[in-house]
Design a protein around this ligand. Sequence first.
Ligand code: ADP
Ligand code: MG
Length: 837
Amino acid sequence: MPTNKLTKILHLEAEKYQDRAVFGGLARYADTWIQEAQAAFGPEHADWIQEVTDRLRAYSSLPDPAVRQEAMGALLQLLKDAPHQPGSAGAGPPERAEEEKPFPVPHVAVEPRPSPVSPAPPDTGPVRTRTGLDSPVTVLQGVGSKQASRLTRLGIHTIHDMLYLFPRRYDDYSQLKPINRLEYGEDVTIIAQVWDAGVRQTRGKGTLFKAILSDGTSSIEVTWFNQPYLADKIKPGQHIVISGQVEEYLGRLCFTSPQWELLEQELLHTARLVPAYPLTEGISANWLRRLIKRTVDYWSKRLPDHLPASVRQEAGLMDLENALVQVHFPDDKDRLEQARHRLAFDELFVLQIGLLRQRHLWRSEPGKPLPVDDAILSNFVRSLPYELTSAQQRALAQIVSDLRTDQPMNRLLQGDVGSGKTVVAATAMALTVVAGAQAAMMAPTGVLAEQHYKTLTRLLSSASWTGSPPTVRLLTGNVTGQEREDIYAGLADGSIDIAVGTHALIQERVAFKQLALAVIDEQHRFGVRQRAVLQQKGYNPHLLVMTATPIPRSLELTVFGHLDVSIIDEMPPGRQPVVTRLILPTERERAYSFVHSQIEAGHQAFIIYPLVEESDKIEARAAVEEYERLQEHVFPGLRLGLLHGRMKADEKETTMARFAQGELDILVSTSVIEVGIDVPNATVILIEGANRFGLAQLHQFRGRVGRGEHPSYCLLVSDSGSSGAQERMKAVEATNDGFELAQKDLELRGPGEFLGTRQSGLPELKMANVTDLPLVEAARDAAHRFFETDPDLSNPDNRLLARQVAQLWEEEDEKEKEEEEEEGEGEGEGEGEGAIN
Ligand code: ADP
Ligand code: MG
């Protein structure tokens, strides 16, 4: 249709207004136009045809782009008012003509297999009208069960999923150039006529299809390999659009297997920002792009906007329909940016509403206020072997005031390794017991639980702060038989005041008489669900979760947005910063003699090996071999111990205990050692394969030393010379500030890795970047303002939003459940092993 073609040309021209969209300018194209239009519309529309022709001729002589732009507006309007063409449904530009039909039969260009994609038109019968966004993709014409099952590999099951399959990137082919101005290496689009085209056999088994194209300024050769059927599509005389990178062959510029389309059709794969989707076997890029285009064209306007209009307006967001259209097929970079902004905002907004709801629900059921006695509190604090830092005091005061209210506490206690979180938690637990209730502390590994058990027993029993010291018991996977039964009984009848343990604490058989405070250490090792299970062991108990991974503000607002936060930002006095050195593998001998000298000075050392392989069996073997080598050849006179994830919990604990009591000089370990272990006499840690660990993790390792008053050292050996690895190691060398490293780690690895596999309950975000603090804050503020107007989301206007929130969080819940079921196999308690990887 001549109007389609002309409209296309005008749109291309409208990018720069340089009269370069066609060779010779629009004036020259007017000759072609008038002939084609007369043939198509017949003599009764001669006036209209002539008017378009005149304007085209005039266009080329207009003085500057601004004037041309004005003229262009009039021309496009004229084309929109095109007369009805005999024998055709409508004669407007294609975008408009097709708008009315749900899914136009596509122009099949590249693939041999025709794929007319179209859902049932909504007005063709009772069955078909039920097609909705949740319908399976098979309702789309051209998507059979085979393609549908392939699409599931991309996570696409429904039409809705397809709308939300975002491009991985965009190829920018929006730059249009005449052939004589092409430059080697650039991504560009040309419009040209086919002069000559033909298939040839190559020397191998393949074919090549070659076409010579010209746009009047020059000509260029284009080659496609092994697509002989192109001979039926690209024929001499046709106008086609080519997008791709300009290459060079034998000194001449050329294109090889570029994207191409006929000029008459709506341009999808060329001459624009072309979306590139994730692909999978059996799904070709062009096929998927066309399918998505039709899906977006038809369905985006049928997807109601779940974001309340007030929120949209206040935040100045694009509407949902436009955002979906623009994110898939952007008109330009600006609009793409706006679309991405809108969709990212959506995710964060819904996330924030979910967090607010969780908090609201918790708070709507009152907990048990604990009558904390000030005199007992100060007695207890005075009984401690050291004075609390002011940061510790501040955190403690916040916790105590929470405990006194009937709103269950939900607090995150954050503090760098060694900042002294344990004693703060211990104090809160002591106060709980004095107030007549029970407390529990859950740690991710048996080693750590044991350590806490000892610390608590010591802190709670040593002093004269109250009548009789509370009964504290340790419950790990290691505790079995009668002992375990006794603990169950003691917790149930209230004769045990405090339980310290691992996942063993959240087993079904564990029941408390009156659990009023649940503490979770190293919370990033646990899922939200596990946290919830422990909470459910009491009636709305107060919850304190602790983490040594400093949490950048943006994550604090997202992942932990439903918690109050206390920060211990001060180290106990007398700590010396750990001296960190990056050493070359060739300097290992020197490192060993340094370790030796520290031990001679009466101290102890850690030597850490990374997870070398996926399998912890192999990892364990590597650790065993290294351990033997070190013992026999490097440190023959010293006492070495070995710790790895394949050891039984009691073996691990025995080794740890021996190290803690100074019976071992060197502890050789895999990453099981990572969390929380406290041995103040250890002054040096040598980390092999340091490049394999995250920055935050390295900082955790480093925190194993420097816990006493002695100068301490951390030696990093990297087995990669890559500049990225070097840079990361240097960052650890350069600062002892865990917060700074966490921020950097988050930037380098992204939130998923940073937080560990569980992501601490953060729903999957497709578009939003949780490190984008301004956006996170904007979404959060908007969510807070909105939430006050309808905290239960019961207003019918907010029905769609409520559904989104439920979906986002339900999916997350399901995922975690599945994970736990997989994990649960064999391990029973899930204890210990969790710490390996
Ligand atoms: P983390 O915050 O990493 O869990 P811990 O609670 O294990 O740190 O404390 C680290 C070490 O610091 C422990 O040996 C503890 O006894 C000691 N400690 C904690 N608070 C103080 C303090 N106020 N003064 C001196 N030492 C302290
Ligand atoms: Mg700790």
